[in-house]
Design a protein around this ligand. Structure first.
Ligand SMILES: O=C(O)CCC(=O)C(=O)O
Length: 275
């Protein structure tokens, strides 16, 4: 998508609903490349850890802070990503990358995510301005009800941050407030095709169910922040380092390659909040 920009309608949907889906954000060729690097490379083998849900089912994920000149990094830093998140986040300081996660929900055993707001986690990192942050999920494989696609409650970003407690190794939102939200706000299953993108606000309530299907679900989520939104309790520096955008074409032009160690991977044992 050369010179990709979100339309005024897409921006308005994000502001109103807390999310927006962009179909075919990646071309077939791009998503094929991403899939081959994600599934065929060493990133998951060397850097992934399991995140347990309350029933002990696991999601496998690798999380890193510094986007390099590898396939995932080039996508994260691509003009289409950087410019579009710039359209969605409040404030005018530079666009930075907080972190990215490559996630695999394995067939039959891939775990659930409890209802949460991402800002339920990031508040603990002492980011003060959730409207100056946003996430982009790229579907690497199809995401549907059967393989535990993301579910969101439309409009819940307008509730502000709600209480969170621990749920397995995850942080879960107060079920009372989730139940109240569901009285009037719509539950949406975010079914995506490979290459589709979902932009979502840090206060949007979301969860996903276990993957009980026969196929793995793979996705990449990149989180962006404004340089002015300094976190006061976050050891990584990336979220305030301005990104230099690279041409969208770089993703296909450079050799397919795996993430490098310089990406600064999160090691689970050192981590408190996991994302
Ligand atoms: O992709 C999923 O199944 C859930 C991911 C999620 O909730 C998150 O990363 O915050």
């Amino acid at each position: 998508m050369p010179n990709f920009k979100l339309t005024p309608q897409q921006i308005a949907s994000y502001k109103e609903d807390g999310y927006v889906i962009v179909k075919n954000f990646l071309t077939q060729q791009e998503v094929t490349k991403l899939y081959s690097v994600a599934t065929g490379g060493d990133t998951m083998k060397n850097h992934a850890f399991d995140l347990n849900d309350q029933s002990g089912k696991k999601t496998k994920l690798a999380l890193w802070y510094t986007p390099g000149n590898d396939t995932c990094g080039l996508l994260t830093k691509s003009e289409r990503m950087v410019h579009s998140v710039d359209q969605l986040m409040d404030g005018g300081t530079a666009v930075c990358h907080f972190h990215s996660k490559l996630m695999q929900k394995e067939p039959r055993v891939g775990g659930a995510w409890e209802w949460h707001q991402d800002y339920g986690y990031w508040y603990k990192n002492e980011f003060l301005l959730p409207n100056q942050m946003t996430s982009v999920m790229i579907a690497i494989t199809e995401a549907n009800k059967a393989n535990g696609c993301l579910q969101v409650i439309k409009g819940t970003h307008k509730m502000g941050r709600i209480e969170h407690g621990f749920a397995g190794e995850q942080i879960g939102a107060s079920q009372h407030y989730v139940d109240l939200a569901l009285k009037t706000m719509e539950l949406i299953y975010v079914e995506l095709q490979p290459g589709d993108a979902l932009y979502f606000h840090p206060n949007l309530l979301h969860r996903s169910e276990a993957n009980l299907s026969e196929k793995p679900r793979w996705s990449l989520i990149s989180v962006y922040n404004r340089s002015g939104n300094v976190p006061y309790n976050e050891p990584s520096q990336s979220s305030t380092v301005p990104l230099t955008a690279v041409a969208d074409e770089a993703l296909l032009q450079l050799e397919a390659n795996d993430l490098q160690a310089s990406a600064n991977f999160l090691k689970k044992e050192n981590d408190q909040a996991l994302k």
